[in-house]
Design a protein around this ligand. Structure first.
Ligand SMILES: N[C@@H](CCC(=O)N[C@@H](CS)C(=O)NCC(=O)O)C(=O)O
Length: 206
């Protein structure tokens, strides 16, 4: 009997990255969509899964009734990569490459985090701070053009968590990117967005 895997989430980057990883790894799962505007993340039932009232949350119910509940998108991504034998971290044939982890964390901390900060600052009316954070995020993102100089993907020749982290934020910032002067990023983005797993993951909460 297979595990019953449920992804609680909404159409946000944090949740879509987890959906992409599940799709890319071929893990069967179902989604439980929450309406964040209606506050469904704060119902007693959901708070019993994640007391912080945030998505995504992954629940893995195993035959025999044991249930694993994981919050934090990046913890879920690392759990899934490990569960799949390290595939999305380039841990193939016992050769450990720290590059996939390094680049994954680059996108999470240097690109996505300031982007989230810019949203928060805008919602608080701090327009100057918002612009600074937006620019910081975009500058870091555009620096990733260099990762693709001799590589198909962000951390070498295979698709990893670094590409998943990059995919959602590049999609979100695509209108701010001058694609003509970033040909490698353009080529990478087209290639990643054409992957069936990425396509399905990006639309998991539509
Ligand atoms: N660091 C957390 C952030 C989780 C988070 O902020 N989730 C947002 C959606 S992307 C949320 O649930 N917002 C609803 C709320 O704050 O009420 C993660 O990576 O999972």
């Amino acid at each position: 009997m297979r595990d019953d895997v449920i992804l609680y989430g909404a159409r946000t980057g944090n949740c879509l990255r987890v959906a992409i990883a599940l799709e890319e790894l071929g893990i069967a799962y179902r989604t439980a969509a929450l309406d964040l505007r209606a506050g469904e993340q704060r119902t007693p039932a959901f708070l019993s899964l994640n007391p912080l009232g945030k998505v995504p949350v992954l629940q893995v119910r195993s035959p025999g009734n044991s249930s694993l509940v994981i919050a934090q998108s990046n913890a879920i991504l690392l759990y899934l990569a490990k569960r799949a034998g390290g595939t999305l971290l380039s841990l193939e044939e016992d050769v450990y490459s720290p590059l996939a982890l390094e680049r994954f964390l680059f996108f999470v901390t240097d690109v996505i985090a300031p982007n989230h900060a810019s949203f928060f600052l805008r919602s608080e009316g701090c327009d100057e701070g918002c612009r600074l954070m937006e620019q910081r995020s975009l500058d870091a993102l555009l620096a990733s053009e260099g990762f693709l100089e001799n590589a198909r993907f962000m951390a070498g020749q295979s698709f990893t968590l670094a590409d998943i982290a990059a995919a959602t934020i590049v999609a979100a910032l695509s209108s701010s990117i001058d694609w003509m002067v970033h040909p490698r990023l353009r080529r990478w983005f087209a290639c990643v967005m054409a992957r069936p797993g990425v396509k399905r993951g990006m639309t998991a909460f539509d």
